[in-house]
Design a protein around this ligand. Sequence first.
Ligand code: ADP
Ligand code: GLC
Length: 481
Amino acid sequence: MRILSIASEVFPLIKTGGLADVAGALPFALAAHGCDVTTLVPGYPVVMKALQRVSDSIETIDLDTILDIPIRILATTLNGLRLFVLDAPELFDRLGGPYSDAGGHDFGDNWLRFAVLSKTGAAIAQGAIESYRPDIVHVHDWQAALAPVYLAASNRPRPRTVLTIHNLAFQGNYPSTIFPRLGLPDSTWSIEGVEYYGNVGFLKGGLHACDVVTTVSPTYADEIVTEGGGMGLDGLLRGRGERLIGIVNGIDTDVWNPETDTAIAANYTRRSLKARLHNKRAIEGEFGLRRENGPIFAVVSRLTWQKGLDLVAGICDDLVERGVRLVVVGTGEAMIEGAFFAAHSRHPDRIGVRIGYDETLSHRVQAGADAILIPSRFEPCGLTQLYGLRYGCIPIVAKVGGLADTVVDANYAAVTSEAATGLIFAEPSETDLLRAVDRTLRLYQDANVWRKLQSSAMKADVSWSKSAGLYAGLYRDLMKE
Ligand code: ADP
Ligand code: GLC
């Protein structure tokens, strides 16, 4: 089966969050199920630079223009990942991140950049590249969501389409004035098309047009059909009925493997957990923390309202009072960054803060901290709790979305049967978070109990293998239709 995947980020080439990890790891997991995945990704400067390493094996396909923008496709394989890189310097050769300039402001033409990405994908799906015909087009998030719209609107044969929602909070809504530039037939300016309360909705249009909608955990699939969790799209999603499926994310267990990880001070397995202490000492040094016996909790995250990190910032003094040290790695809202800085100045040797994005540091933190705090207000899946499980860094999570699906709460029954892998609390409030912290500390005080908790966490299957099987089954069912 040939799958064309379309994503605005793919690890290790370009990453701002979990989407990149998923788009980068799923192709390898799907290969084991007979799926041959090629990923269409924009040619951002970092991507073009990475291509220089394989410059001998790039095939260039000139597609002339898409939506009046000159483009080429660079087809190659990088670190085993098959790629179609969308080379459109006018749109993607810019300083900054994938969506915003160096100052953090969204590019004003994001609608055009990602409409071109989507339309290029649709063109490839319908044979624009000779010798390449996908059986399935699998698109991710709003940035690729117009591809199913272009395909459904065309009257030529098309492959079946799957749209995965990684985060319903990002919908790609733009003023109606852009509609004429999208090259879509007038019929798509409708409730069944891209029209969304008088605007153009990229995600909204894709959710209607695709053959199947998936999202990244079963619980998030249940949440987004409710008014409280649907972010305005719950009616549409309810309407998709059985065509909305939740499949939980996995992680790349080679990239994230404490036994072989070269980023960490000491490798370990669940049978050699003592060696983990070297990693704890290493992060104490790296963050300038006082060296002592108590636990270290961690945050590795975008610092945003979604992630509930204002709650962690709000309980810093309570943590210190309880003998907990905290390390924070993240970037995001200025208020939350500022609150962590302030906590650091109050407790310089108990709270360490690193504002910025640092992939290898995130490995060292998962390997050295005792627990990771993830008090999200909503969380489609979440990957840091999966990394935590894999590294024996116990996840303390809110009971939402994929967090609820992937962590087994350390209640009495789960602890005594050695099934527990973390701690779950119900309400995203400082009170409930602190209660979970206190429960964690009680478990931590009993070294034997804690070791078993870590061991069960590290035993949990966080790989892609089950979920890749579900995607492959879904593709097969679609091909039969
Ligand atoms: P989201 O995609 O909503 O941000 P996920 O938990 O799915 O949440 O994925 C976040 C990914 O980004 C994880 O791989 C996490 O380790 C990584 N990450 C987030 N912030 C940072 C940071 N400041 N430095 C390094 N990695 C980070
Ligand atoms: C989004 C979600 C996160 C999920 C990731 C990968 O960024 O916020 O919960 O894990 O996508 O699917």
